[in-house]
Design a protein around this ligand. Structure first.
Ligand code: SF4
Length: 224
């Protein structure tokens, strides 16, 4: 017999409460651009607040600087966005700013010719992860267009790049969220989601879960 609409979500809500889990269960947009095993461990262990890197802190300072120094009528900063996925899980994020019907994201970048473009002017497009994240916000907010502002870390000059809403890319991101949900479900049952591999080869280097993965399968030693 098929469950009536919403019953499975209600059941999951009861299970969450019994297990003492917060509800709704949140997955951050930014976590989906990187290792999904890390996203699952971080969600399961509730460690995201301890994972802020120096780079992230610099990004926060940039947002604050723009917010406090650039006055512009009608602009809203740090706008929370949510998208219900399923079974009590919600995709969450914060757009840096919304101006009218455009989302603006502010990014700080250092330039090094040995690792990408050597200068702001030499940059042809923003990184895949930045575009993915802005696209998720566009889909969550129901807006069509946004801009990624890239600030040069050594001088605060900037350029901006247009990004259009792409529903197909967003549905791939939701697929990544479902991988995290499955991974968290397995962790809750005492299984380790070793089938989830890192997205980029070097991301294990500075990951806070390296010791845990090192005891299981050392994924950085094999091709991903
Ligand atoms: S150590 Fe590597 S595989 Fe393990 S969670 Fe971190 S990034 Fe993912």
């Amino acid at each position: 017999m098929e469950n009536p609409d919403g019953l499975e979500t209600f059941n999951q809500e009861i299970r969450n409460r019994i297990a003492g889990r917060r509800s709704p269960r949140k997955i951050w947009v930014t976590s989906l651009s990187f290792c999904l095993r890390k996203a699952a461990l971080s969600t399961y262990l509730e460690t995201s607040k301890y994972e802020r890197t120096g780079e992230m802190l610099l990004g926060t300072l940039l947002h604050r600087w723009v917010q406090e120094n650039v006055e512009f009528e009608g602009i809203k900063f740090e706008v929370p966005l949510e998208y219900e996925i399923a079974d009590g899980w919600v995709l969450v994020g914060k757009a840096d700013a919304i101006l009218g019907d455009k989302i603006l994201e502010f990014k700080l970048k250092g330039f090094n010719p040995e690792n990408g473009p050597g200068s702001l002017n030499g940059m042809e497009e923003p990184s895949k992860t930045w575009k993915e994240q802005l696209n998720a916000y566009l889909n969550m907010a129901g807006l069509q267009e946004g801009y990624i502002y890239v600030f040069d870390r050594d001088g605060l000059d900037f350029r901006y790049f247009r990004v259009e809403k792409d529903e197909e890319a967003f549905s791939k991101m939701l697929g990544r969220a479902r991988v995290v949900m499955t991974g968290v479900g397995e962790l809750e049952q005492g299984k380790f989601p070793a089938w989830i591999k890192p997205r980029y080869t070097n991301e294990c280097d500075s990951c806070i879960f390296r010791a845990i993965c090192g005891a299981i399968d050392r994924p950085w030693e094999r091709p991903t």
